[in-house]
Design a protein around this ligand. Structure first.
Ligand SMILES: [Zn+2]
Length: 382
């Protein structure tokens, strides 16, 4: 099966999440990897047995290099379906690009990694172990996918990890984390004929919003070299039921992006301090319902990372990075497994992912594969 046929076949096995049933695609990867002589394990958490992961290994001993790609995709939203100009699970090729849901996120990186495994399998012996992790659940946060695999001890410690995502074939070494929270204000509801007898929760919230907006602007003083600044966005507001009553409750939901090395507990404390510093009179405000997703960062100092950067430069003929990656990735769940550097790498832009007419250019896909093969030749082949 050639490289284009392999990618098309992966696109033709739908794996939208939700619902997150990855059994068919995990089985396909497992079958191909067994056929070339890999040791293959298929694992799923008890809490979601249909979220099947496949881990394939070839070679033995040290060093261990991990290739990681997720096998689930986002679903096709109802509003998105009519915007597709091709059949989303056909894998059509048009103007030098392969189209389809999951084509770039994350099936092109997965296909390049499978091709790398196939190339490694052709060698007489490897100077170490190559591990392919085809992971479920990334699109819903990875808790029952890569995080579960890592926490349950199913992933070996690795000297170098490549997480496949859309970095324009550059080497990404960091992404932000996220702290979500809700702020609720409470007041006293009365008839709108005499609002001064009540306590308006929406008016109180307007002070909270202004303060959080100021906090967002102050955050711009903290700059990370590759992912930029932390941010605080208020994304949802709820409150009141009718114009002729003073509202006694209002809520907002916020998204605080954290740059690497920001301490989540310190971020919670900052947010609490913003709310507690306000004079809201008789109204009350409370922040809580925190949900945290970690940031990731790495260096590119090791011999493997340096070798990888060199391979990228040679193939793309341009600056290999390092760069930041704006969306999150499963890299955040692999930090305990990494005993060396970890990078995010793959073809194209994440802006093409999660949208109608998702596609990957065949040239970018080929470059991803070429870089992986060149890197293996330099590090694992005798
Ligand atoms: Zn992805």
């Amino acid at each position: 099966m050639d490289s284009v046929a392999l990618l098309r076949r992966l696109v033709q096995i739908p794996s939208p999440n939700p619902p997150g049933d990855t059994r068919a695609i995990a089985d396909f990867v497992a079958e191909r990897m067994r056929a070339i002589g890999c040791a293959v394990r298929q694992l799923a958490p008890e809490a979601k047995p249909e979220a099947l992961n496949t881990i394939a290994e070839i070679g033995r001993g040290e060093p261990r290099i991990m290739l990681h790609a997720h096998i689930d995709t986002v679903p096709i939203a109802a509003t998105e379906a009519e915007k597709w100009s091709v059949e989303p699970y056909a894998g059509d090729i048009r103007d030098g690009a392969l189209y389809g849901k999951g084509s770039i996120d994350d099936k092109a990186p997965l296909a390049s990694m499978m091709l790398a495994m196939m190339d490694a399998a052709k060698q007489e012996a490897l100077a170490g172990t190559l591990v392919l992790v085809a992971a479920a659940e990334e699109e819903v946060g990875g808790q029952l996918g890569t995080k579960w695999l890592a926490d349950a001890g199913h992933l070996p410690a690795c000297d170098f990890i490549i997480v496949g995502e859309q970095t324009g074939n550059r080497v990404a070494i960091a992404h932000k984390g996220v702290m979500r929270a809700a702020v609720r204000t409470s007041g006293v509801s009365v008839h709108a004929t005499n609002p001064d007898r009540g306590v308006n929760a929406i008016v109180a919230m307007s002070k909270v919003i202004a303060a959080l907006d100021g906090y967002h602007r102050e955050l711009s003083e903290r700059v990370h070299p590759v992912v930029g600044r932390p941010t605080c966005n208020i994304g949802v507001i709820e409150g009141g039921s009718t114009a002729n009553a003073v509202p006694d409750a209002c809520a907002i939901y916020l998204d605080r992006r954290m740059i690497p090395r920001e301490d989540p507990e310190a971020v919670k404390a900052e947010l609490r301090a913003v709310i507690e510093s306000l004079d809201l009179g008789p109204a009350a405000a409370d922040i809580g319902e925190f949900v945290y997703s970690p940031w990731f960062d790495s260096a590119v100092d090791s011999e493997y990372a340096s070798a990888f950067m060199a391979c990228v430069s040679e193939v793309i003929g341009d600056d290999p990075g390092p760069v930041g990656y704006l969306p999150g990735s499963d890299a955040k769940h692999l930090m305990e497994v990494a005993r060396g550097d970890m990078i995010i790498f793959g073809p194209g832009s994440y802006e093409v992912a999660h949208a109608a007419d998702e596609h990957v250019t065949l040239a970018d896909y080929q470059a991803t594969t070429d870089i992986l093969l060149k890197f293996l030749r330099r590090t694992l082949y005798h």
